[in-house]
Design a protein around this ligand. Structure first.
Ligand code: ZN
Length: 338
């Protein structure tokens, strides 16, 4: 009950990459960089175990960015000639690579999952970008149709996901922040593409849908959403009928009405009990209170304690304290609500 886990990313240590950035530059090259990535992965696995998390992740230490870390391993993309594109439904502009020919995988995208697997006996989660979020983060100069391109990416994701499962990964999660920007499409082709991405998997599957990292553009966007954020309402009923087992959502300090969780009948709900847009560290009591709130809408055996989003751009010392609060808060909730 109330297993504790992360949405995904963790800050990169200063000896691996620039800190406090969403797009950090690596500090070394070649073999040195590979060793630094491995060391960072081990550091965070230990930190998650020490904090009492039940399902741990590699903290995305081996990728520069949650979408482009996967795209690096895809052929058919021109990375040299980036173009300016409005992403997340034009919330902000980004310089993005272009799809220029039929997409294919160069080989394994995430062999680092094996390293994480070799160094923990806990359940291991691995995150991949969702198809809709990918097509909202690259420009299309080949397919001429967003859904077709998303499906092409979904097939590649499925190939990688099957390989991750064979590596011993227990939970494969697709990150779909774009669902909150394209709420109508999320419930139709967004979910169709997820089904393609999870096809044939026997491990636990999850989708993470959030209001983004705590970066300024997102904070500004949230100010325009009004007092109640009802985006989830449009596609949660379709998600409840989907074959994805778990849904990771924002809760603490967000303006999402908590009764939205009721729309996810039958799903495991990974409740955001840690705010990633604030440096104030939650207390275990606050974490347990948020779990108590979720219990009004979700049966307790389907509730997981999670973060609102990834912790990548945060200060590492704060991230460590937040992990401890997450683990301690889940433990407190188990005592309180047993
Ligand atoms: Zn997120």
């Amino acid at each position: 009950m109330f297993e504790a886990t992360l949405a995904g990313s963790l800050p990169k240590p200063f000896w691996l990459a620039e800190t406090d950035k969403l797009w950090p530059q690596w500090k070394s090259e070649g073999k040195e960089r590979e060793i630094a990535k491995r060391d960072a992965t081990l550091f965070w696995l230990k930190a998650q175990e020490d904090a009492g998390l039940d399902i741990v992740s590699d903290g995305e230490q081996s990728r520069q960015h949650f979408v482009h870390g996967f795209l690096e391993f895809v052929d058919g993309i021109d990375r040299e000639h980036k173009v300016k594109m409005g992403i997340r439904n034009n919330r902000y502009d980004a310089m993005v690579p272009q799809v220029v020919s039929k997409l294919s995988l160069k080989g394994r995208a995430h062999p680092e999952a094996k390293i994480a697997r070799a160094h923990t006996k806990k359940k291991l989660k691995f995150t991949l970008p969702g198809p809709m979020t990918i097509v909202d983060t690259v420009a299309d100069s080949h397919y001429g149709d967003r859904v077709k391109m998303a499906m092409a990416f979904a097939e590649l994701l499925n190939k990688e996901a099957r390989a991750l499962e064979a590596d011993g990964v227990d939970v494969i999660q697709f990150d779909e922040p774009a669902f909150n920007a394209f709420t109508k499409e999320a419930g139709t082709w967004g979910i169709d593409c997820l089904h393609c991405a999870i096809d044939g998997l026997k491990c636990t599957t999850a989708v993470h849908i959030c209001y983004g990292y705590g970066i300024q553009q997102n904070l500004d966007w949230k100010k325009t959403l009004g007092g109640e954020w009802r985006q989830y309402e449009e596609f949660f009923p379709a998600l409840a009928k989907s074959r994805v087992k778990q849904v990771s959502l924002e809760c603490i300090h967000s303006h999402v009405p908590p009764d939205m969780m009721r729309l996810l009948e039958g799903k495991d709900v990974l409740v955001g009990v840690i705010d990633v847009a604030s440096n104030i560290v939650e207390t275990p009591q606050e974490v347990a209170d948020t779990i108590g709130l979720a219990m009004k809408f979700v049966p307790k055996d389907r509730i997981f304690a999670c973060t609102n989003c990834g912790l990548a751009p945060m200060d590492r010392e704060i991230a460590l304290k937040k992990l401890e609060a997450l683990g301690a808060g889940a433990k407190l909730a188990r005592e309180r609500y047993a």
